[in-house]
Design a protein around this ligand. Structure first.
Ligand code: ATP
Ligand code: MG
Length: 320
């Protein structure tokens, strides 16, 4: 990390969730929250908790939801100097209810919230000018106009020799349109580490099978592809190390939200610290597994020591 902190750009939200399983929000029901949330925020919090230098470019309202998030990130060690406080707009929010089949219904307030005003402020430029790595969350592209901010951050950090990771968790509607395709292609052209989950691999690579997708992505010049497989674990693919698989830890899933974000953060931060892929995968799987055992997207973030204890308790070790 000699080059500088890991930086991300995107939405900070609160999540408020239904305490019962069922369809949507068409009748009054018990809720729990607000929880700190937003995929980029979860990611960057986990980077800092793992021990990496971390900062975020984002925007919140001058309200309790914003304060809750900013104080949480600050306490956990994230540089929040580039989190703008937007007067007159509320902090973004997501109401979530799980259905019996595990799918989710959402009511979002993001585009018209403070998060919708995320822009390249002077504080953002200052943070990015110090950055050694930029992580891009596909979910952030739901904010109109944020593409220019993200691409400027990517160009600036690459120009000083920094690296780029991309989690293509892009909204389905966006991924299918021409604009979404262009965004994905623009990102793939500059990505060093790609972190897809499930079908995102095939969508990102525009391929029909996993091997074809991996071959195409490595041919594009992407250094590492790390595929998240939920309760089936994860796999690393690169020219340098070949294929490395890591089975999942056996845990009881309480709330899957945030697993992929914490996984990616632990993986990236391990690699930036110089650990080999097998060891980074073990930390990352442990981080994902611990996240799903806790209710609330950011409540399951782990320190490196938490992960080491968890790995040892499961009787796992790194095979080199
Ligand atoms: P998200 O819901 O945050 O978008 P994702 O789809 O990006 O998640 P997943 O593959 O669901 O990513 O989860 C990331 C990692 O977390 C997995 O590769 C695995 O290591 C771990 N993980 C997720 N779910 C479970 C589970 N039920 N049991 C054990 N480990 C899990
Ligand atoms: Mg994901």
């Amino acid at each position: 990390e000699a080059l500088g902190p890991t930086v991300t750009v995107g939405e900070i939200l609160v999540e408020i969730m239904a305490t019962t399983v069922g369809a949507g929000f068409l009748s009054p029901q018990p809720l729990v929250g607000p929880f700190a949330s937003g995929a980029p925020a979860i990611f960057i919090d986990q980077v800092a908790q793992f021990g990496g230098a971390a900062g975020i470019v984002a925007a919140v309202g001058a309200d309790d939801f914003g304060t809750l998030n900013v104080e949480r990130l600050r306490t956990d060690g994230v540089d929040v100097s580039a989190v703008a406080i937007v007067p007159g707009k509320p902090t973004g929010s997501a109401f979530v209810r799980y259905r019996a089949d595990g799918s989710r219904d959402f009511v979002y307030n993001i585009t018209h919230s403070a998060a919708g005003d995320t822009s390249m402020t002077a504080a953002a430029r200052t943070l990015i000018a110090r950055g050694g790595h930029v992580h891009v969350m596909g979910s952030a592209f739901a904010i109109p106009g944020i593409g220019a901010v993200i691409l400027e951050a990517v160009a600036s950090i690459r120009a000083r020799g920094g690296s780029v990771s991309f989690d293509p968790n892009i909204r389905k509607e966006l991924a299918q349109g021409d604009e979404g395709r262009r965004l994905i292609d623009d990102m793939l052209a500059v990505t060093d580490l790609l972190l897809p989950s499930g079908d995102e691999l095939l969508v990102a690579a525009d391929a029909a099978t996993e091997p074809a997708a991996i071959a195409r992505l490595l041919d594009l010049g992407i250094g590492e592809v790390v595929l998240k497989r939920g309760s089936a674990g994860s796999s690393h693919f690169s020219r340098a190390f070949g294929r490395v698989d890591c089975p999942a830890f056996a845990v009881e899933e309480v709330d899957p939200t945030g697993a992929g974000d914490c996984f990616g953060a632990a993986y990236l931060t391990s690699r930036r610290a110089g650990l080999p892929p097998a060891r980074a995968l073990l930390y990352a799987n442990a981080a994902g597994a611990r996240t799903v055992t806790r209710q609330g997207p950011m409540e399951g973030v782990s320190s490196r020591e938490d992960l080491e204890r968890f790995i040892a308790a499961a009787g796992r070790e790194v095979k080199q």
